[in-house]
Design a protein around this ligand. Structure first.
Ligand code: AMP
Ligand code: ZN
Length: 698
């Protein structure tokens, strides 16, 4: 599948199909070609990370296949790209027996361990030198897949090694795992393969960010996130998390007779997997003769660990020759022909000295653990968020406890657990304050929420955090006015609230250490520039609780002047797109607070336009004068990006569905807006792909 020649052929087929599609001549006779072409492009995208068609082209072809299959259900095959999401929720995961038990690996931590492993293997095999294959030890959730007659028939978790859980439906959501593979062409009838399901660091971060948005504590590491995802009952959610599958071991194979042994070394089996279309460590694996080179490689590789897009916790060293593997055999829990070389742990234990309670921008109180500094994965850790009171209670964390701390990759440190068994009796329960540690205002907790809050809008801690937020990149973007400077100016008494950002005593600042004429000029300029930011950035910058960038944009579209919001009732606010009772309540509260109104009026006097200078519509773009609205989750674009594209091409975004709307772009799980739009004849309902097709080609 991955030879250049067949790639060329498939790319030709793709072009023909796109052409047919354009002229409306595509028919049921094209189904098998469509399927083959889409499988090929899935492979290019998810296994090789090297797509040959645009997302839009792929989507259009996919839609054609879907449509033709709908009209000709008899022609659907189980490995069609449309068949990954088999409808409905999974009821349970029945237990299944692995064809060959899944063993664990013996571990090594240094050169001596590896030399020892090699010596024993050489003695037992009675040879002078052994050839080894070294590959990454993927840190995910292990799985076992069975393919029969070219089709994926089963995917299972490791379980106890002998029996695992059947998670086939979830495995089918992982697009780097092919639903069919050309086994027969390689003389293979049945194949059991082993691998690891992973979440890239980037996708893991996204997932944790989404948890934080819902006020939920993050997960410790991508491994836990991947393992948890594999057990979700809703395959659609599994698909949304974007797991990846690395396959590195053939545990069982039956041939069709012609070819007796399809491979003789481990490295050859990795290459075979690659040829069959699996994401195997074909390019990561290295073969060495003798253990010395292996040891040197292990040392060098550890330094590169952070450059990989996914987590690995070490390398696996395997005897390359399969006949020799057989000869060495295994103990009851691990093979004698393989060993894991573990990298330095990214965990450490330390003693909890104290807990500080920090006040966030919207008044949320976050407990932060101060621990005896401990090096973890090359970084000194001394301060770790404990998220909220529930987290502390669930983990039973007490002052004076020993804590297990983990820092996975680029992720912030995380308390995995406390050690109650190590307590001396002097440990103390952590007492949550009843009043704000900064302003002494009584703390409140809303039902159903995890965080305690200080509701005093003038709380000094919140004021500072708000100024930092106001100046930040996504808000007013005052370059140079970062956290450190805001804090410093605040300590000097120059920054009291956001209005004082526009009335700084420049003469005094010039005399401050570390500030020259030049840096003052730059900062002045950045502040001046912020006055011409679009209104939505100001709204977002105000830091109104629950008002993120998207809501800020919705509001900005709706109004002619910011202070109009003083006259909006909660009900009227709720008429705005995506504004529910919680958000509406918060906006209402803000615009009925005398202090906030005073600040807004002062800002206007200082030269910040509160008026909605409806952006000059970009002219010349293909969308000039057309109105758009987005609903549901778009397959590839972030909503903010899609909206920016509309504006950049002369179109504009409407606040809700009405007869004024020209296009409603629908993604997945579109809600009431779609229903409403269907009732208005003039509104055109289109997909993201159709929307993208309206834009000028680059
Ligand atoms: P451990 O769980 O520390 O005993 O390590 C053994 C596990 O590492 C195996 O069961 C596999 O799930 C996993 N593993 C990750 N990468 C590899 C690899 N390249 N070869 C073998 N096992 C691997
Ligand atoms: Zn306070």
């Amino acid at each position: 599948m991955n030879s250049n020649e067949s790639a060329k052929k498939l790319q030709q087929k793709t072009a023909e199909l796109i052409k047919k599609q354009g002229s409306g001549k595509i028919t049921a006779a094209d189904i098998s070609n469509l399927r083959e072409v889409l499988q090929f492009h899935e492979y290019r995208y998810y296994v090789l990370n090297d797509p040959l068609v645009t997302d839009t082209e792929y989507d259009h072809l996919y839609k054609s296949l879907e449509k033709l299959e709908r009209e000709n259900p008899a022609l659907i095959t189980a490995d069609s790209p449309t068949q990954r999401v088999a409808g409905g929720l999974t009821k349970d995961f029945p237990q299944v027996q692995h064809l060959v038990p899944m063993l664990s690996l013996d571990n090594s931590y240094n050169a001596e361990d590896l030399a020892d492993f090699d010596r024993k293997a050489r003695e037992s095999a009675e040879v002078d030198s052994i050839e080894y294959c070294v590959e990454p030890k993927f840190d995910g959730a292990s799985i076992s897949l069975v393919y029969e007659d070219d089709m994926l028939v089963r995917g299972a978790t490791r379980g106890d090694g002998v029996k695992g859980d059947d998670i086939t439906n979830n495995i089918r959501q992982i697009r780097s795992i092919p639903l069919s593979a050309p086994l027969k062409a390689h003389g293979i009838r049945q194949l059991e393969i082993r691998g690891e399901i992973m979440l890239t660091k980037a996708n893991f971060k996204k997932y944790n960010d989404s948890l934080a948005e819902q006020n939920l504590p993050p997960l410790a590491n991508p491994r836990n996130a991947a393992a948890g995802t594999l057990r979700l009952k809703d395959p659609k959610q599994v698909a949304a998390r974007k797991l990846e599958g690395f396959l590195y071991h053939i545990s069982f194979v039956t041939t069709t007779g012609k070819h007796k042994e399809p491979f003789h070394t481990h490295a050859e089996s990795i290459s075979l997997l690659w040829e069959l279309g699996f994401k195997s460590p074909e390019h990561e694996k290295k073969v060495f003769k003798g253990i010395d080179k292996v040891i040197a490689f292990c040392h060098d590789f550890e330094a590169k660990r952070d450059d990989l897009p996914y987590e690995i916790d070490g390398l696996v060293i395997k005897v390359n020759d399969l006949a020799l593997q057989d000869k060495l055999g295994m103990t009851s829990h691990h093979p004698r022909w393989a060993i894991a070389y573990k990298f330095k742990a990214r965990q450490g234990t330390s003693h909890l000295r104290s807990v500080e309670f920090q006040v966030g921008r919207t008044g949320n109180i976050t407990p932060v653990a101060k621990i005896d500094p401990v090096p973890i994965g090359g970084v000194m850790v001394s301060s770790i968020s404990l998220h909220n009171e529930d987290f502390i209670r669930e983990k039973d964390i007490r002052l004076g406890d020993q804590l297990l701390v983990e820092r996975a990759g680029d992720v912030i440190p995380y308390v995995v657990k406390s050690f109650p068994e190590l307590r001396k009796g002097t440990e103390k329960k952590i007492k949550f304050p009843e009043t704000c540690p900064v302003c002494d205002h009584t703390l409140n907790k809303t039902e159903g929420e995890a965080a305690w809050r200080c509701n005093n809008y003038n709380c000094e801690a919140q004021v500072v955090q708000r100024m930092i937020h106001f100046a930040s990149k996504d808000a007013m973007e005052i370059t140079g006015m970062g956290e450190a400077i805001v804090n410093r100016f605040h300590e000097q008494g120059w920054l009291k609230n956001i209005t004082s950002l526009y009335a700084l005593p420049w003469n005094e600042i010039e005399t401050l250490e570390g500030f020259g004429k030049k840096s003052v000029e730059k900062l002045k300029e950045a502040i001046e520039k912020s006055k011409s930011q679009p209104l939505y950035r100001l709204i977002y910058g105000l830091g109104i609780r629950y008002v993120g960038e998207t809501t800020a944009k919705t509001i900005a579209q709706k109004i002619g002047h910011l202070l109009e919001l003083e006259n909006y009732s909660i009900e009227q606010l709720q008429e705005m797109e995506d504004v529910g009772p919680k958000v509406a309540g918060s906006i209402h509260e803000f615009f009925h607070d005398a202090d906030s109104i005073r600040i807004l009026k002062e800002l206007e006097v200082l030269g910040l336009p509160l008026k909605n200078e409806k952006k000059e519509l970009a002219s010349g773009g293909n969308l000039t004068g057309l109105s758009f609205l987005f609903t549901g989750t778009l397959p590839t674009l972030k909503r903010s990006a899609a909206e920016a594209m509309v504006e950049a091409n002369g179109g504009y975004i409407l606040g809700g569905v009405s007869a004024k709307l020209n296009y409603l772009v629908v993604g997945e799980d579109a809600g009431s807006k779609l229903e409403k739009a269907k009732k208005i004849n003039s509104v055109k309902i289109i997909s993201e792909a159709e929307f993208l097709a309206m834009l000028p080609s680059k």
